[in-house]
Design a protein around this ligand. Structure first.
Ligand SMILES: *[C@@H]1O[C@H](CO)[C@@H](O)[C@H](O)[C@H]1NC(C)=O
Ligand SMILES: *[C@@H]1O[C@H](CO)[C@@H](O)[C@H](O)[C@H]1NC(C)=O
Ligand SMILES: *[C@@H]1O[C@H](CO)[C@@H](O)[C@H](O)[C@H]1NC(C)=O
Length: 454
């Protein structure tokens, strides 16, 4: 046992020496063979008899052997025919990974006399792998304000194959916004880059779904896909817009405080805070500020103060809707105050003769003016006195009356008259004002003394 062990040891030393010698001599010019990976069965590499110019028996006589480093390569030598065959299918990717070319070294050794030569077996890639995206779904958030021409590098796909069988290019599903470019890194790998061709508009298209395809250059080519989901990020590019630019409302002047006049409403197509609307009075006069209030959130416009048609009949209230950015929209609320018959007519007696001498023909007793603050029917006035009195109301100018005697008066039959001037307006309800005048008939010597007994 010990001697045979020593012998093997010595043989190894000799072999090593020869190997080193051989490398230094023949290593520069190894014999080159090639085989296509994944070839089924025992793929033929070469025929050593022909290759080395030996006789048929010589191989087996000289104990020909094939040696490979690390035993990676399983070659089988047919001693009879001299055919060098593969023991098994080779997987280039497993053997060499991304190394290209994939070259496996081996030596052919002959004994008696010792002879060996270097050889290389190149494993030729076939396109047996498709490009694969590690991230099959990619999410991109792109602002709608991004200018055309801007680029977004995307994650690349990987292909186990090498050379032409590796990734050739990237394509994207047809769309009107993006195209994709195939970029090359310094290590030779290719990655896709998305290029924006046309400005995005979130309000038109808030999201896009694109399919990115990586293609290799094999024949036939293989491909792998990834989905790109693009979320268009909003910018505040839209101002709030009112449903109506003009609201017309009519409200009775006696509407209570807090009365809901109208609800204005604006919308903003932007999202988030860019679409949050706040309402306020716009360029409002002090009077409008005192009279109206608008709820910043709901847009409800309410009365803050009692209206008075007799003072102001019309308000132009401007409302602004502002989003959280600084964009705003405007609308106008034309508020017409409707008169309510809330004012009684008034009578002003500007001249009055209390004592009317009897027997005089038509005498002017009083001059009076009537007025009503209300408008239209509410302000029209009917002026009258009792029917059973010998007095008349004459209308002179509009709203001016003179109270005159209808006929000469006779103190002896009635010395005093209570005249009630009634003014009513024609509104609903009718409002009435009365004014009382007391007229006395002064005596005139119109009766001769008369004896009660002749
Ligand atoms: C005015 O008042 C008188 C007396 O009450 C009445 O007869 C007359 O119809 C009234 N006129 C109107 C227009 O109401
Ligand atoms: C007029 O009114 C006064 C006071 O109300 C009353 O005393 C008097 O009797 C009245 N005269 C007539 C003629 O009704
Ligand atoms: C006017 O006289 C009438 C009848 O006498 C009476 O009912 C009314 O109260 C008086 N109005 C005023 C304001 O004195």
């Amino acid at each position: 046992m010990e001697t045979s062990g020593k012998l093997i040891c010595r043989q190894r030393q000799v072999l090593l020496f020869i190997l080193l010698l051989g490398l230094s001599q023949a290593g520069l010019d190894p014999r080159r063979y090639s085989v296509v990976e994944e070839t089924e069965g025992h793929a033929f590499v070469t025929n050593l008899v022909k290759e080395l110019g030996l006789g048929q028996r010589e191989l087996s006589k000289r104990g020909a052997r094939v040696i490979s480093k690390g035993n990676k390569l399983h070659l089988q030598l047919d001693q009879e025919t001299g055919d060098l065959l593969l023991n098994e299918k080779l997987d280039r990717e497993e053997l060499c990974g991304h190394m290209d070319p994939c070259v496996l070294r081996f030596q052919v050794l002959l004994e008696n006399p010792l002879e060996f030569f270097q050889a290389e077996l190149q494993v030729i890639d076939i396109n047996d792998h498709s490009p694969v995206f590690i991230d099959r779904d990619m999410l991109l958030k792109i602002s709608e304000s991004s200018p055309p021409g801007i680029t977004f590098p995307l994650k690349n796909a990987q292909d186990m194959d090498v050379g032409r069988n590796n990734i050739e290019n990237y394509v994207i599903s047809p769309n009107s916004y993006f195209r994709v470019l195939t970029r090359k890194r310094s290590d030779g790998s290719k990655y896709p880059e998305l290029v924006l061709d046309k400005a995005l508009d979130r309000e038109q298209e808030p999201e896009l779904r694109l399919t990115l395809t990586a293609q290799d250059g094999g024949s036939p080519p293989r491909s792998g896909i990834a989905q790109i989901y693009i979320e268009v990020v909003d910018i505040n590019d839209n101002a709030p817009e009112f449903e109506q630019p003009l609201y017309r409302v009519q409200i009775p002047e006696d509407s209570p405080i807090g009365f809901l006049i109208v609800t204005v409403s604006a919308t903003d197509v932007d999202t988030g805070v860019n679409g949050e609307i706040s309402y306020s009075l716009f360029q409002a006069s002090e009077e409008i500020c005192k009279t109206f209030e608008v709820h910043h959130k709901t847009g409800k416009i309410r009365l803050k103060k009692q209206l008075d048609f007799e003072r102001i009949q019309f308000y132009e209230v401007n409302i602004e809707a502002r989003d959280a950015g600084s964009l705003s929209g405007k609308c106008t609320v034309l508020t017409q105050v409707m008169d309510v018959n809330d004012n009684a007519p008034e009578v002003t007696v500007s001249a009055f003769t209390r004592h009317i001498p009897e027997n005089s023909p038509e005498a002017v007793v009083a001059v009076l003016s009537v007025s009503d603050l209300d408008s239209e029917e509410n302000g029209k006035i009917n002026c009258s006195i009792q029917n059973d009195l010998p007095f008349l109301l004459k209308s002179s100018l509009e709203n001016f009356y003179t109270l005159v005697t209808e006929r000469p008066l006779d103190r002896e039959s009635q010395a005093e008259y209570n005249i009630t001037i009634t003014v009513t307006d024609l509104g609903t309800p009718r409002l009435k004002t009365q004014h009382n005048l007391t007229v006395t008939v002064s005596d005139v010597n119109d009766n001769a003394p008369a004896f009660s007994q002749a």
